[in-house]
Design a protein around this ligand. Structure first.
Ligand code: ADP
Length: 182
């Protein structure tokens, strides 16, 4: 599934984000930035120790990465050039500002990408694994946040933003969310 917003293509795929050859892939990290399970573990395994070294330097400076914010590191041995790490919200039922926090993850990741002049970026389905955010709601929030950012930042040079589901059901939800906003 693919749609265009101005000069930017928004695309959904099913697959392993660590194999994407984009300028950046996004990591659904946690505030400690020391690696973990799910996509975080896969990214650190595929990229090698250079990613953790960069993360340690960042943590030495900022202490912890607040939920909804994003930082950039090398992608180490992966085909992408950078990893943008964002800390998603844990799902508590929807009453604890989870939607706003999740949207911030996407907006802040795109801001970091824009500030670094990046053109292609792939997102996993942030917060919908271990953090328990329902994928139908997460896809709506993600797609809204990305479209909103692109419309508000015409100076960004994004050519392609990819929503990378790990399974076809996740991709379907992102495709539905995109179609509803054409
Ligand atoms: P969170 O803690 O933010 O919920 P998870 O890594 O547990 O993060 O899950 C986020 C999403 O990433 C889930 O949809 C999970 O299936 C998916 N995922 C796990 N491994 C990969 C991978 N290698 N590539 C793309 N997505 C992945």
């Amino acid at each position: 599934m693919e749609i265009s917003i101005g000069k930017t293509k928004l695309k959904t795929i099913t697959g392993d984000i660590t194999t994407q050859s984009t300028d950046a892939i996004v990591n659904a990290a946690n505030s400690g930035l020391m690696g973990g399970g799910g996509v975080d573990g896969a990214i650190h395994r595929a990229g090698g120790t250079a990613i953790l070294e960069d993360c340690k330097k960042i943590i030495a400076k900022i202490g912890r990465l607040p939920t909804g914010e994003a930082v950039i590191t090398t992608a180490g041995n992966m085909p992408s050039k950078h990893v943008i790490h964002t800390a998603g919200p844990v799902w508590h039922g929807g009453g604890q500002n989870e939607e706003k926090k999740l949207k911030n993850c996407y907006a802040e990741s795109l801001k970091v990408a824009m500030d670094n002049g990046l053109k292609t970026i792939a997102f996993p389905s942030v917060s919908t694994g271990i953090y328990g955010y329902p994928v139908n709601r997460a896809s709506d929030a993600a797609v809204e946040a990305v479209i909103d950012f692109i419309k508000k930042n015409p100076g960004a040079l994004f050519e392609q933003v990819i929503f990378c589901g790990f399974d076809s059901n996740t991709e379907k939800e992102y495709a539905r969310a995109l179609k509803e906003r054409i």
